[in-house]
Design a binder for this molecule. Structure first.
Ligand code: PNS
Length: 174
């Protein structure tokens, strides 16, 4: 399958799916590592991942596009429905997921094997972020920021600025 894609000039394409509410430096680290391994990586933001996301879909797309605007091998897109169907539609071969700690493993293992059962032509590749990001999650970032804690260095600058805007009530709907 990969050789067919290469023959077609598509190169090796990976999908990095997630909710990204919001994008953290842990995500950015994994995407940058993925961009070195694959010819192209698509950051695929799940539509309606949570009932009450802090950031709208448009904001999450804007953030990712802003962060990766100078990296032509990184594309930002949305997807709905089954991940494997999206991966197949994009003619990708690989799903990239980050593994931070053993606690991630159980759910990731279940998802990877379910996705393999649904489409055996797609492989899941796990990557570890740099050590300084192994404890970060979008959920913790939102909680710490809401309670007045510092998140500098843990999220891209644009995310921090947007968190501040939301806190100040400057961005209704955000
Ligand atoms: O960042 P997240 O929330 O950990 O990402 C989870 C995500 C989006 C990868 C997962 O929920 C997903 O793939 N959802 C799409 C629906 C789907 O395919 N479900 C079956 C997965 S085995």
């Amino acid at each position: 399958m990969a050789s067919e894609a290469r023959a077609a000039g598509a190169g090796r394409l990976a999908i990095y799916p997630g909710s990204f509410d919001p994008l953290t430096n842990g995500h950015v680290d994994i995407i940058s590592r993925g961009a070195r391994l694959f010819d192209r990586i698509i950051v695929a933001v799940l539509v309606n991942a949570e009932k009450n996301p802090l950031f709208t879909m448009e904001e999450r797309l804007e953030i990712a596009r802003e962060v990766f605007r100078d990296q032509p091998h990184v594309e930002v897109d949305t997807f709905e429905g089954l991940l494997v169907d999206y991966v197949a539609r994009r003619k990708a071969q690989v799903i990239v997921r980050g593994l931070r700690a053993i606690s991630d493993f159980e759910f990731e293992f279940q998802m990877a094997l379910m996705n393999r059962r649904l489409n055996s032509g797609i492989e899941t590749v796990f990557m570890m972020p740099a050590e300084q990001y192994t404890y970060i999650s979008s959920r913790l970032i939102k909680e710490v920021f809401a309670l007045g804690g510092q998140v500098s260095g843990l999220v891209p600058d644009t995310v921090e600025a947007r968190l501040r805007e939301k806190q100040a009530g400057l961005a209704p709907g955000r």
